[in-house]
Design a protein around this ligand. Sequence first.
Ligand SMILES: [Zn+2]
Length: 178
Amino acid sequence: MKVLQQYRIPFTGLKPGKHHFDFDVDDRFFDAYEHSIVKKGRLKVAVILEKQETLIIAWTHIEGTVALTCDVCLNEFEAATAIDERLIFKYTADEELADASEEIVVLTKNVVEIDMAEPIYEYINLAVPFYKRCTEQGNSACDASMLKFIDTLSSQDQQENKQEMDPRWDALKRIYKQ
Ligand SMILES: [Zn+2]
């Protein structure tokens, strides 16, 4: 995806020490990931790459807002997001690949760029709360008219279930009585 190319950092020419990179994340970023939970958002990403002799540490700070859908009232709301993560890239020969873990990304000889798109995508999606409520993460009240509507729907459902269940129970009772 072309839009993701801007999140690559060529590191081979960097001097040892710390280097600062800034990125913007918007809806086009999330469009590039089909399975992204977050579809919309506006965030600033600051990456500090610390280049050492055998490894590179990427300190990532992400701040901004993502659009979430409230689990209670189905309203879309803006949730403030702040993330701090660290990732280690390690130079290594091919035969040492077995050492790679979730926290350590292995850099083989022919890799010349660090791709931050995937880590940024994962950080943002993992930060999405399991239970999303506009009253909690969005600081706004739930949509009252929607709540009323959902309430009406669920009580209608219950009534319909009752009506559907009754004839079946009646039929079963008749069978047992025979
Ligand atoms: Zn809500």
